[in-house]
Design a protein around this ligand. Sequence first.
Ligand SMILES: *[C@@H]1O[C@H](CO)[C@@H](O)[C@H](O)[C@H]1NC(C)=O
Ligand SMILES: [Ca+2]
Length: 148
Amino acid sequence: MRSMLIVFLFSYFFARYDAKVFSQCELAKKLKAQGLDNFHSYSLANWVCMAKHESKFNTSALNTKNSDGTIDYGIFQVNNKWWCKDNKRSSKNGCNIACSKLLDDDIDDDITCIKRIVKDPNKMNAWNAWVKHCKGKDLSKYLAGCKL
Ligand SMILES: *[C@@H]1O[C@H](CO)[C@@H](O)[C@H](O)[C@H]1NC(C)=O
Ligand SMILES: [Ca+2]
């Protein structure tokens, strides 16, 4: 019995920290529920498009290839120089969060962080992939087929 319990606890622990990859509509629904539709006048489709091109909706996406040596974390690719804190470098830590919390499958804290990021003068231009793939484009396909 005890070994069963241990196996159970282990699988629970690893399941919680497993990568989660959202479907497009699942993420759209979640972002809408958290008030991102027209947040700082960006439509819901902008946020979905950003996540798609930053991480392909992968909550454990990690980018270590920035030219300045900084690292981007998670589904919204939050940067460790300005917004989150890891043990790799000093950080402004504008979201007041450990970068590791931006890799788990609970994205509520990630959403709180992007709401903070978009309040800066740069707004959504903070996300290079958004500028490149979403800004000023027809974004209707990012919500197509979703029951919102
Ligand atoms: C999600 O990202 C992690 C970390 O980069 C990677 O190991 C994993 O294969 C990715 N999952 C998918 C489904 O792309
Ligand atoms: Ca998180």
